[in-house]
Design a protein around this ligand. Structure first.
Ligand code: PEP
Length: 252
């Protein structure tokens, strides 16, 4: 049985004070949740305050990105050692916004994923096609490229501790959600790829989240799909009530 994981990607939102306020509210509202793993990914500047505020709770801390080196002359970057030090257990890697605006490639994703594992950080690795790719019928080719190359050369233990987030780019921040059937088809495809690369046992253990305009009113249908094991939530994670409703989706 895979325990669902629902993570809030706050993107470039929330000052330190606002972050503290949001996690404090979530800590209270989500205290009774035991059957879903919960994580929040504030911006780097608010990680420390958020870590302090969620201490002792069932909410885990995630970062939105990192560099693959431990330290050195890499101005502006944050290392896996630093994320570990501040209390992160997860790190989002390869988000489509990083691929689009900051030249992230499968190669850099793979370096970051390996570095995350080297520091016992669990990567949440985003994969997914753009609208023109879906429309031209190459969704599975794109997703295969992201999975095979972004997750290349991981050990069985590392892939088990990796979360894959299927995020169709056309659904991120647009209000257009993939239908549960569209999402399930790609999630199934990802699990089949993992079966080919590793084994059925390993593939069955890997959690695959869906991301893309998940809201309180569509989460239950998505989560009812057999290969959808959670959600990566952007906009709706910025509000304590909507993120709480998503985490406590009906039927969970
Ligand atoms: C995301 O940023 O990963 C995301 C899925 O955003 P949204 O929920 O706003 O579409």
């Amino acid at each position: 049985m895979r325990k669902p994981i629902i993570a809030g990607n706050w993107k470039m939102n929330k000052t330190v004070g606002e972050a503290r306020e949001l996690v404090t509210a979530l800590k209270d509202k989500l205290a009774d949740v035991t059957d879903v793993e919960i994580a929040v990914a504030p911006p780097f500047t608010a990680l420390s305050a958020a870590a302090e505020a969620i201490r002792g709770s069932n909410i885990k801390l995630a970062a939105q990105d990192m560099y693959w080196e431990e330290e050195g002359a890499f101005t502006g970057e944050v290392s896996p050692l630093m994320l570990k030090d501040v209390g992160c257990q997860y790190v989002i890697i390869g988000h489509s916004e990083r691929r689009t605006y900051f030249s992230e490639t499968n190669e850099t994703v793979n370096k970051k994923v390996k570095a995350a594992h080297a520091y016992s950080l669990n990567p949440i690795v985003c994969v997914g096609e753009r609208l023109e790719e879906r429309e031209s019928g190459v969704t599975k080719d794109v997703v295969k490229d992201h999975v095979v190359n972004g997750l290349a050369d991981l050990t069985e233990e590392q892939i088990r501790n990796t979360v894959v987030a299927y995020e169709p780019v056309w659904a991120i921040g647009t209000g257009k959600t993939a239908t549960p059937e569209q999402a399930q088809e790609v999630h199934r495809f990802i699990r089949e790829l993992l079966t080919q690369i590793y084994s059925l046992t390993v593939a069955e253990a890997v959690r695959i989240q869906y991301g893309g305009s998940v809201k309180p009113d569509n989460v239950a249908q998505l989560m009812a799909q057999p290969d959808i094991d959670g959600g990566l939530i952007g906009g709706a994670s910025l509000d304590a009530d909507s993120f709480t409703q998503i985490v406590k989706f009906p039927g969970c």
